[in-house]
Design a protein around this ligand. Structure first.
Ligand code: PGA
Length: 235
């Protein structure tokens, strides 16, 4: 894991966007797996504001995970987040966007559908990840064992307290997420860590001890991870 310290969230966003732009220029049909939440928000804003610097007509985007049980038009969904922050600004046509439906009739079948999609479209070229306060990546929660492929996830209390879920409407009943092997087959992982609230989990990650109790720590075994940490998270 290559660690890069950034002065602040703005520098982290610029650096992350710059890395994404370099990769898209090299491979215009790149498959970008996109996390949602606070961590990548600045990077996506920077990326879309620099859209004259890279081609978008072949770029493909995969949604990293989704809150299960929320209505598809619920503004708290990961789909809505990506639609407004990436897909609309970059003009990504529906045939170049892949991901879990938030309200499938059969969640396990939906996970299998996206697994097959990743096998057809993948591997992921660039995977943008944040880290949960409990060390999760995507919705792979700390546990004795982790799952390889796309699956239905039981969500922890801390995950259900995520700011994305504030506001009107019921909490998700479950998560739909890519699994550890999906993430590990990515050519390049971009792990973004920003803010004082991430200081404790950052400290644990930087101990370089690998445990399924801290799913992000498995990234120490991936050959191409760039981890950007801002000063507030680094402490
Ligand atoms: P955040 O969420 O980017 O909003 O901090 C990360 C996560 O919980 O996975």
């Amino acid at each position: 894991m290559r660690i890069r310290l950034c002065q602040d969230a703005a520098e982290l966003a610029r650096t992350a966007a710059g890395l994404m732009i370099d990769e898209i220029r090299r491979k215009p049909d790149l498959l970008l797996c996109a996390a949602t939440g606070g961590s990548p928000e600045g990077a996506y804003a920077e990326l879309t504001s620099r859209r004259d610097q890279f081609p978008q007509d072949r770029l493909r985007i995969l949604k990293l995970d989704e809150w299960g049980g929320l209505a598809p038009d619920d503004p708290r969904t990961c789909g809505y987040y990506l639609q407004t922050r990436l897909l609309d600004p970059l003009n990504i046509s529906p045939d170049r966007f892949f991901g879990f439906d938030s309200q499938p009739a059969d969640p396990a079948a939906e996970a299998a559908r996206v697994q097959a999609l990743i096998e057809r479209e993948g591997p992921i070229d660039v995977c943008v990840l944040g880290i949960g306060l409990n060390g999760h990546i995507a919705m792979n929660e700390p546990a004795d064992s982790l799952q390889a492929g796309c699956h239905v996830a039981a969500l922890s209390e801390s995950t259900l307290a995520h700011p994305m879920l504030h506001g009107a409407g019921p909490l998700p009943a479950y998560g739909l997420t890519t699994g550890m092997a999906n993430l590990f087959q990515s050519r390049h992982v971009l792990l973004l860590i920003s803010g004082a609230h991430k200081r404790e989990i950052t400290r644990r990650l930087l101990e370089r001890r690998i445990s399924t109790g801290l799913p992000a720590s498995l990234l120490w075994m991936h050959p191409a991870v760039t981890c950007l940490i801002d000063q507030e998270a680094a402490g």
